[in-house]
Design a protein around this ligand. Structure first.
Ligand code: ADP
Ligand code: MG
Length: 604
């Protein structure tokens, strides 16, 4: 037998390594930004075209590379950041694997331009699929520019696997936010296609958070600081009343590196125990500084997970620090010496009755059927046949109580009621059907009804809208605003009307008839959160996510008492749906219990 083992050529090995390092354009963004930071840059520019599918370029004013280093930087395991294994336990740089540039160059067209201060000329290297195409001396600014074009050009399967531009852009924005939050003293800008997404000047953390998440964030922040031998904690949490339904704004940085850690996240949440309601999550921007040798960041190739030596102690310190700060904040205004006066409300506005964000109160027992009669006839369904009929045909009107409470006296009464349904535990609508009994989950069923209604409205484009007497001005961060602009048409299709869009505000002039004015802000915010977090694959499913999000926000909740007419309406509409048996999120909307099943219990 001849020998069969061969060493893989470098470019193949690099392609394989690239699979680990580069999952999507956002991974390139992360690696390039981190290299720029490691190079000591104080100004970093990110340019992206087509969600990174056409171009990701990072330009920095860092220390640059010599001619030899420029060439070497594309070799695998070529790094200036560690020399021996022990260095791994004392890392002060973002990178250390020496894999990023080699991997990226294996699966893209890369142009590297770099110049060191001491040199007259810089180096320009063109490399495609690990092959150097050209190298020359050129005039260049101090620092480095790496342009990554046509990512995955030679791996069509990976390229085809990329998600829609909305999704890939969202990933890029996430990376950009993480990196720029961790380094407020570095100026960052970010251009996508022809528009400027961010232009962040150097400043302190509060300024950076506000620049990224919008001015209204400023008043939400409670500073956190603690110094112990084990850990130094700094940063901010958002006041409990600004907790979010999605985990959007939760940032942990350990030694200035963004990490995810469910255990520490739990520590923060538990500090908010009793202050925020179930299902809501606190926002936080927390920086932990621990000795470099007490963590192991090497357990995950993309390095967002981390292992601590003493997690339990960290947990306890983190929890009590936040509790303490929240307590302080509750009793007295916080003394925050970092506060940037330019972000404070100007004095003459302070005592005016607030024209700012309207106060949002959500009525948990909100019942869209209750508000106005007209709302309940707004369903667009006019189908003649229905699944419902097949379930119901052949039954007589039964003797069923309409209300669950005070059942006893009338349950056995002779009186025939015309109602076919009744409600139990303010949660289920129960009705007798041909084959037995059906239990309908009122909340999940209503979600299904609203979901199909929204989708139908979006496609028929004639959703009913109610004009607001006083248009609402709502402020958003720049990225959220961009997202709203993107989905504006869909929002209009379901009944929202908009006035002017400015840099920070939108003016809502009309809302769908099915929602109330006070819900407007929270519903739009929830919608943005859902779109950002669920990350749709296609524009069709973006619409789908909107419909789901709105259906979930607006469906009558468990715990809401429904009168006979409302129950009936849900039942009828549910079974006119195209897919009545599951909620938009795939949960059962009703169960049936066959008569034989019930009979069995009595066959003794
Ligand atoms: P790592 O960052 O893990 O060392 P990379 O492949 O990302 O590996 O980079 C390889 C080397 O190239 C780095 O160690 C660094 O010396 C050099 N390098 C990369 N990007 C830059 C940059 N923007 N400025 C200066 N040097 C850089
Ligand atoms: Mg690197």
């Amino acid at each position: 037998m001849p020998d069969i083992i061969q060493l893989l050529p470098d470019h193949v090995a690099n392609q394989i390594a690239a699979g680990e390092v580069v999952q999507r354009p956002a991974s390139v963004v992360k690696e390039l930004l981190e290299n720029a930071i490691d190079a000591g840059a104080d100004t970093i520019k990110l340019i992206v075209i087509d969600a990174g599918k056409t171009l990701v370029q990072v330009i920095d004013n860092g220390k640059g590379m010599s001619v030899t280093d420029a060439r070497l930087s594309f070799e695998r395991h070529a790094t200036s950041k560690i020399q021996k294994a022990e260095d791994l336990f004392n890392l002060h740089t973002k990178g250390f694997r020496g894999e990023a540039l080699a991997s990226i160059a294996a699966i893209a067209h890369v142009d590297l331009k770099t110049k060191q201060e001491k040199n007259q000329l810089g180096t320009f290297i063109k490399i495609q699929g690990s092959q150097i195409v050209s190298q020359e001396n050129i005039a260049a600014n101090i620092g480095t520019s790496v342009a990554v074009k046509n990512l995955f050009y030679n791996i069509p399967a990976r390229r085809n696997f990329l998600k829609s531009s909305t999704v890939e852009t969202r990933h890029i924005i996430n990376e950009f936010q993480r990196v720029s939050l961790a380094h407020p003293s570095i100026a960052f800008s970010f251009h996508h296609n022809d528009s400027e997404v961010y232009n962040l000047t150097a400043g302190n953390l509060r300024q950076r958070i506000v620049a990224i998440l919008g001015k209204k964030t400023n008043e939400k922040l409670v500073p956190i600081t603690e110094n112990t031998d084990v850990v130094k904690i700094s940063g901010f949490v958002a006041k409990p009343e600004f907790a979010k339904k999605k985990r959007g704004e939760q940032f942990f940085f350990v030694n200035n590196r963004f990490i995810k850690n469910a255990y520490l996240n739990h520590a923060v949440s538990s500090a908010f125990d009793g202050l925020i309601s179930n299902g809501f999550h606190p926002s936080y921007f927390l920086f932990l500084e621990v000795p470099a040798n007490s963590i192991d960041i090497n357990i995950h190739p993309t390095k967002t997970e981390i292992k601590f030596d003493d997690e339990k102690t960290l947990y306890a310190i983190l929890r009590s620090t936040i509790k303490h700060s929240l307590g302080q904040y509750n009793v007295a205004p916080v003394l925050d010496f970092n506060r940037d006066a330019s972000l404070d409300t100007p004095y003459n506005f302070k005592h005016k009755s607030s024209p700012s964000t309207p106060k949002v109160t959500v009525d948990p027992s909100f019942n869209p059927f209750k508000k106005e009669e007209q709302k309940s006839i707004n369903f667009p369904f006019k189908r003649e046949t229905s699944n419902w009929e097949s379930l119901y045909t052949g039954i007589n009107v039964e003797n069923i109580e309409v209300e669950s409470e005070a059942v006893n006296s009338s349950l056995f009464s002779e009186e025939k009621s015309a109602a076919k349904t009744y409600q139990v535990h303010k949660k289920y609508i129960v009705s007798s059907i041909k084959s037995g009994v059906v239990y309908i989950h009122q909340n999940l069923a209503h979600q299904r009804i609203l979901y199909e209604e929204f989708l139908e409205n979006c496609t028929v484009r004639d959703a009913a809208s109610q004009q607001l007497l006083f248009p609402q001005e709502i402020s958003f961060s720049k990225t959220d605003l961009n997202l709203i602009v993107e989905i504006k048409e869909d929002l209009e299709n379901i009944g929202f009307l908009f006035g002017t869009f400015s840099n920070e505000n939108i003016v809502v002039t009309g809302i769908p008839v099915s929602i109330t004015e006070s819900q407007t802000t929270i519903i739009i915010e929830q919608l943005l959160d859902d779109i950002k977090n669920d990350i749709p694959d296609t524009s069709f499913s973006q619409l789908d996510i909107m419909a789901k999000s709105l259906a979930k926000s607006l469906a009558i909740k468990t715990g809401t008492k429904l009168d006979a007419k409302e129950q009936e309406e849900i039942v009828n509409k549910l079974f006119l749906c195209k897919q009545p048996d599951v909620s938009p999120f795939g949960k059962k909307t009703f169960v049936t219990i066959a008569l034989e099943e019930i009979d069995k219990n009595f066959n003794n």
